[in-house]
Structure formats: structure tokens, C-alpha cells
Design a protein around this ligand. Structure first.
Ligand SMILES: N[C@@H](CCC(=O)N[C@@H](CS)C(=O)NCC(=O)O)C(=O)O
Length: 249
């Protein structure tokens, strides 16, 4: 298979894309895009959306973590990403949907808000990325791009406050799925690969890490993604963090 995968440093969704190919044992060539510049490049490659992961697989365009998972399962059924048993499959797909539509976006809002506020940790997220310019220069000049991305992705004060308030419930949901065996099996399934990178991005934020560390969700995330580069200092107003400081283990 001839695969070009468009990725983005620090992106939880793009990390899921990479994990999907790795799970299937399919080699790929990776192109790392920076936010906003990615919009232009993906349009130029005639993708319908401007988000990563986006892949060209033997000339076909596949975009989005869930579409990618299904396309890879179709092209190379082994090892599977989805359980055979229909009831189990429904449960795994619901966890995957939650990971894509809820957790991923809420973590994105908090990350973009925090990165816009304090860019001192940005260079760390670029570890290993080939972006055609020195990492320090990219991080130093990232301000307007992050600001634009944050605005376009809804990283508003109100959304970030509501994302933080939702975090304890989302973590509880993940821990329960682990206890029920829907997540955390060996080998991992599509929902593990969807959810773990979002947890790892959340754990790269000094503000959120204490609420996640020590939980089954954190152990799962670290097992699936042993190294997620980057760290953002604590920047959120303490009163916004009350919902998680009250419930931290
Ligand atoms: N839910 C989609 C969304 C992917 C997505 O939004 N990716 C982000 C990176 S985490 C992106 O491409 N951001 C670029 C931008 O919005 O500028 C998926 O799972 O594929």
C-alpha cells in the first residue's frame, strides 16, 4: 500500500491516525503540517475538509479518524480494530464516537486556549516533527496561527469552562468502560486508539494532569501512547478549575 499521512505536531487526532496505521502494520510516509497552513495544503491536495488526519492511500483520499479506521479495516482486516461480536462492537463504537465527538473536541478547546495564553511549552510539541524550519523559530512565530486556530475551533472562555466541568464525567465514563472490558483489552481496539491520544494531550497540560493521573484512564493512555511530547504550563484561572480540583483522586 502506498500511503501518505498528513499529520500535525501535538495533534491528538493525528496521533490516532498514526496509531491506526501502526496497529495494522501498514507503512506510511508522514507529512507534518502546522495549524492554519494545514488548511491551504489540504485544500491543495483536494481533501474535502481541512483537518488531520488525512491520508492518500493508493491514490484515494481518506480523512477523519473514524473514516480512516473503517477504511483500514476494509483494506486489511487483520489484526482487527473492531470486535466481531455485534453487541461488543456497538459498545466499542459508542466509546469511539464519544472519543471523537466529545472528548477530542473538549480537550482541543482547553489545549488551544492554554497554548494561546502561554506559548513557552509549544516547542516541545514539535519534537520529531519535520516542518521545514527550525522548531524554535516555528514556536516563536506561532502566536497568530494558534490564535486563529483557537478562534476557528471554538476555544472560547465559555467553552473551556464547560469542557473542564465535563472532564470528571468523561473520565468516569472511560474508567467504567475499562472496568467493563470495553476499553483496555489487548490488543487495543479502535476506541482505545481514539481515546488514548486525547487523554495524553490533556495530560500534557499542567492544569489538567492532576485530575487524570493515577486513574485507570491515565494508565490506559500511557500504555497506548507511551510518549506524547510537549507540556503546557498551568495558565487557567483557578476558579475555572474548581470542578476538577474538587474531584481529583
Ligand atoms: N474529529 C475529527 C477532527 C480532526 C481535527 O479537528 N484535527 C485537528 C487537529 S487535532 C486539525 O486538523 N486542526 C487543524 C485546524 O483546525 O486548524 C477527527 O477525529 O478526524
Amino acid at each position: 500500500m502506498n500511503v501518505r499521512l498528513f499529520s500535525m505536531p501535538g495533534s491528538h487526532a493525528a496521533t490516532t491516525g498514526q496509531l491506526l496505521f501502526e496497529h495494522k502494520g501498514i507503512d506510511y510516509k508522514r507529512t507534518d503540517l502546522l495549524p492554519v497552513i494545514s488548511w491551504v495544503v489540504l485544500k491543495a491536495f483536494r481533501f474535502s475538509e481541512v483537518t488531520v488526519p488525512a491520508a492518500k492511500i493508493d491514490g484515494d483520499r481518506v480523512q477523519g479518524t473514524r473514516a480512516l479506521a473503517r477504511e483500514l479495516e476494509r483494506r486489511k482486516p487483520e489484526p482487527p480494530l473492531f470486535p466481531d461480536d455485534p453487541e461488543r462492537r456497538r459498545a466499542v463504537e459508542e466509546a469511539e464516537r464519544f472519543g471523537d465527538e466529545e472528548l477530542q473536541q473538549r480537550v482541543r478547546e482547553v489545549f488551544l486556549w492554554s497554548a494561546r495564553k502561554d506559548r513557552s511549552g509549544l516547542v516541545g510539541y514539535l519534537e520529531g516533527a519535520k516542518i521545514g524550519m527550525p522548531h524554535r523559530l516555528a514556536a516563536r512565530t506561532a502566536g497568530p496561527f494558534i490564535a486563529l486556530d483557537a478562534r476557528s475551533r471554538g476555544a472560547t472562555d465559555e467553552n473551556v469552562r464547560s469542557a473542564i466541568a465535563a472532564l470528571p464525567g468523561m473520565l468516569q465514563r472511560i474508567d467504567s468502560w475499562i472496568e467493563e472490558g470495553i476499553l483496555g483489552g489487548e490488543p487495543p481496539n479502535v476506541a482505545d486508539l481514539q481515546i488514548a491520544p486525547s487523554l495524553r494531550l490533556a495530560m500534557s497540560l499542567d492544569d489538567l494532569r492532576p485530575a487524570i493521573e493515577g486513574r485507570p484512564a491515565a494508565r490506559l493512555a500511557t500504555r497506548i501512547v507511551p510518549h506524547f511530547p510537549g507540556r503546557t504550563p498551568a495558565v487557567l484561572p483557578p476558579e475555572w478549575l474548581e470542578p476538577i480540583t474538587a474531584t481529583a483522586p
